[in-house]
Ligand binder design. Structure first.
Ligand SMILES: N[C@@H](CCC(=O)N[C@@H](CS)C(=O)NCC(=O)O)C(=O)O
Length: 213
């Protein structure tokens, strides 16, 4: 039985898992849910994730939610190439640290921006929360920019890249909605080049959020 993957278009957390599944070449059955249709509020879905959020996987009867845990589970249960984490403990630790940093320091202001820009109609946009979230993202991106040494965030393409990329892609998308949000000073040259590299990957093309096309 193929692993079931519960997904919703536009969720950066679900996108991370989709990238991981594709990267590792794990067969899966995509179960696309709709926020608007209330698919996440059904008793069936609540039984899989009482928090009623995507992503969720069900692997041979084992249901798991929280995207970072899912990615680690995929690597643990399907070890070997292609990898999501380096087998070398120090490199692996750096990749895990970057996953944690993205979740801790980038996702929070990104979510505030989603609330302030995507979930608020333009006529009710408020400058203060948008500017504050943008400033936090700017600070975090400056840290990433300085740390950028190679083609990917930490050695070979890894879970660290699959975590930050969807977050940043969502910020860029919000920039299209709200002029002045994503200006040249927000993202440095090294991170911009990394974004283009990530964008060109076949796994990214394949998993691009359907409603963004
Ligand atoms: N920490 C969770 C976050 C998951 C999350 O917040 N998912 C959102 C979509 S981006 C969701 O399903 N929200 C439910 C809703 O808005 O009703 C993870 O990493 O899996």
């Amino acid at each position: 039985m193929a692993l079931a993957f519960y997904y919703a278009s536009g969720s950066p957390y679900a996108w991370r898992v989709w990238l991981a599944l594709e990267h590792k070449g794990i067969p899966y059955e995509l179960k696309t849910l709709s926020f608007d249709a209330g698919d996440l509020k059904t008793p069936e879905f609540s039984a899989l994730n009482p928090r009623r959020k995507v992503p969720v996987i069900v692997d041979e009867g084992f249901a798991l939610y929280e995207s970072a845990a899912i990615v680690e589970y995929l690597e643990d249960t399907r070890p070997g190439e292609p990898r999501l984490f380096s087998p070398a403990p120090r490199q692996r630790a750096l990749q895990r640290r970057m996953v944690r940093e993205a979740d801790q320091y980038f996702a929070a202001p990104m979510e505030r921006l989603v609330e302030a820009v995507l979930f608020t109609p333009p006529e009710r946009w408020s400058e203060e929360p948008i500017a504050a979230a943008r400033a936090d993202l700017h600070e975090e991106l400056a840290v990433r920019e300085k740390a950028m040494g190679g083609e990917y965030l930490a050695g070979a393409l890894s879970a660290a890249d699959f975590t930050l990329y969807p977050y940043l892609a969502l910020v860029l998308r919000m920039g299209k909605r709200r002029p002045g949000l994503v200006t040249a000073d927000l993202i440095g040259p090294a991170i911009s080049a990394w974004m283009r590299r990530m964008e060109a990957l076949p796994v990214t093309r394949k998993t691009w959020p359907p409603h963004w096309k």
